[in-house]
Design a protein around this ligand. Structure first.
Ligand code: HEC
Ligand code: HEC
Length: 461
């Protein structure tokens, strides 16, 4: 076999997550059953979310301050925080490690909070972050700023993890997220029984091609029985959420201490409500749109308003027709990573079992969660509801909200070549693996007036 052919096959099977001979745990498409959840104290959950060291390591605070020493604007700070945290942006947390060093690390809000129309919305997926660069060199550079043995040891721990994940978490485009691949790399470096870190991966790493994901909003968890687009997160959700600790938490004992407050974190997440549409809504047109919605959309997405229903159903790939890559077992959803998770401390209360399809998500606050679909390949609701108008190549106009099309203003491009003044990583190229914008054609047959009414109604959810 030619080297090129062997390479092509290896890439294809890696992208499909095909671990030869290993049986992947999976779930059927269709209705997702409810699982018992541990309950907790939401107020303590919020405190823990923004103050606790659940990631387990970070860059020493003194080194961090040497680089980031400007005053953070008020809209980026959380007024309830004290000490070093009061001066940090909302998405970073300072905490003291077991060795007594104060370190800074991104927290969950790095990916799960976002400014929108001037407001910081906690729980809204970050759809502007830039994962297109290799951060390994930054982690190395920080080593020049630390002082003393204790700081150096903490930096080294953090640096080793950053260097391990960096090449596997580079996306093509700004705005999409590599968290699934990130988890896969961390699982690959950890002993399944003890969680001990190994610099050498203990199983094959995922391909360096990131399958892009648009971060879903946390308020979906009020309704969803399983976590993640492919419905993989089954059983106790708090235990799955604390997977962020696989960055640096190296013992089961430490993981148990974190797990003790994660039911609180989950309870906090369940208190979050979708933000209301902040502009005017044409009530008569929205009422007409409700009728359209109930006829064409509710069987999958549920009903809203006085009598809420939500089917919790996963739609098979052939029926929904959207990009297949994620649901075919990319990144953390490849068999070896699922098996690692399920056999580890995390698998005690929960398990990963993806379905070959995508969950029809709740549409609460759908006006705020553009871009659309699991990979963020469609910039507006109008384009989502008429697939013939979806741009094949586009560039988002940062911060520019489009009230008519509902979503992000964009410039459609003739090719993947960036327009003058733009970088390649600003172009969303739907011809790339995992970035496809096809499928979900359920709005295509609507009469234009019905589609307009439907879009007006969606603003009210
Ligand atoms: C590096 C970015 C990143 C960080 C940090 C992160 N997440 Fe996520 N999170 C994601 C992405 C991406 C998804 C969607 C993955 C998918 O569905 O395939 C997700 C999914 C979730 C979901 C499921 C939502 C749904 O609708 O299914 C929950 C709940 C969640 N994260 C909670 C957390 C918590 C709590 C933390 C901190 C302990 C955290 N996340 C840290 C990126 C991140
Ligand atoms: C057969 C089931 C089904 C029907 C009918 C359906 N949808 Fe969906 N919808 C889905 C699934 C599954 C997804 C997730 C697909 C993905 O992310 O790849 C989705 C995604 C969406 C999204 C994107 C959500 C997000 O957060 O990115 C919107 C908006 C949406 N649907 C609206 C509608 C509207 C409006 C209708 C009626 C015209 C409709 N859907 C009809 C199954 C359905």
């Amino acid at each position: 076999m030619s080297i090129r052919l062997a390479f092509a096959i290896a890439m294809m099977s890696a992208a499909c997550g095909n671990d030869h001979g290993v049986v992947a745990p999976s779930s059927p498409v269709g209705d997702v059953p409810a699982f018992d959840q541990r309950t907790g104290d939401p107020a303590n959950g919020w405190r823990a979310l923004i103050e606790e060291g659940y990631v387990g390591c970070g860059v020493p605070l003194t080194a961090y301050r040497k680089v980031f020493n400007q005053q953070i604007p008020a809209s980026y700070r959380l007024p309830e925080r004290t000490g070093a945290n009061a001066e940090l942006p909302y998405n970073m947390t300072a905490f003291t490690t077991a060795s007594g060093v104060e370190v800074v690390t991104p927290n969950c809000l790095q990916c799960h909070a976002q400014h929108l129309e001037g407001q910081l919305v906690i729980g809204l997926g970050n759809h502007t972050s830039d994962f297109t660069q290799d951060v390994g060199f930054l982690a190395n550079a920080a080593g020049g700023l630390v002082e003393g043995d204790a700081e150096r040891a903490e930096w080294q721990r953090w640096r080793d993890r950053m260097v391990a994940i960096a090449p596997h978490t580079i996306t093509r485009t700004i705005g999409v997220n590599p968290a699934d691949n990130l988890a896969a790399v961390l699982f690959a470096h950890r002993d399944v029984d003890t969680l001990a870190w190994s610099d050498e991966p203990l199983m094959p790493l995922p391909p360096q091609i990131v399958v892009p994901v648009d971060v879903p909003p946390w308020w979906h968890m009020q309704k969803k029985h399983a976590m993640f687009y492919v419905g993989a997160g089954r059983g106790d959700h708090a235990r799955i959420m604390m997977t962020a600790s696989t960055l640096c938490v190296d013992t089961v004992e430490e993981a148990r201490q974190i797990d003790a407050y994660f039911p609180d974190v989950r309870s906090f997440l369940l208190t979050l409500k979708a933000p209301a549409y902040p502009h005017e809504i044409d009530a008569a047109r929205a009422a007409a749109g409700k009728t359209v919605f109930e006829a064409s959309c509710a069987r999958c997405h549920g009903t809203y308003g006085e009598s809420e229903t939500y089917p919790n159903t996963i739609i098979a790939l052939d029926e929904v027709g959207t990009d297949r890559t994620l649901a075919q077992g990319a990144g953390q959803f490849a068999a070896r990573y699922l098996n690692w998770f399920n056999a580890s401390f995390f698998g005690e209360l929960s398990h990963l079992a993806p379905a070959p399809g995508y969950i029809a998500p709740p549409l609460d606050g759908i006006w705020a969660t553009a871009p659309y679909l699991h990979n963020g390949s469609v910039p507006t609701l109008r384009a989502l509801l008429d697939s013939t108008t979806r741009p094949k190549f586009f560039r988002r106009s940062p911060g520019a909200y489009d009230r008519d099309a509902v979503g992000w203003r964009f410039t459609a491009l003739a090719s993947a070549t960036p327009p003058p003044g733009a970088d390649a990583n600003e172009v969303y190229d739907t011809t790339q693996l995992g970035y496809g914008n096809g499928g979900h054609t359920f709005g295509d047959a609507l009469a234009p007036a019905d589609r307009d009414a439907l879009i007006e109604y969606l603003k009210t959810l």
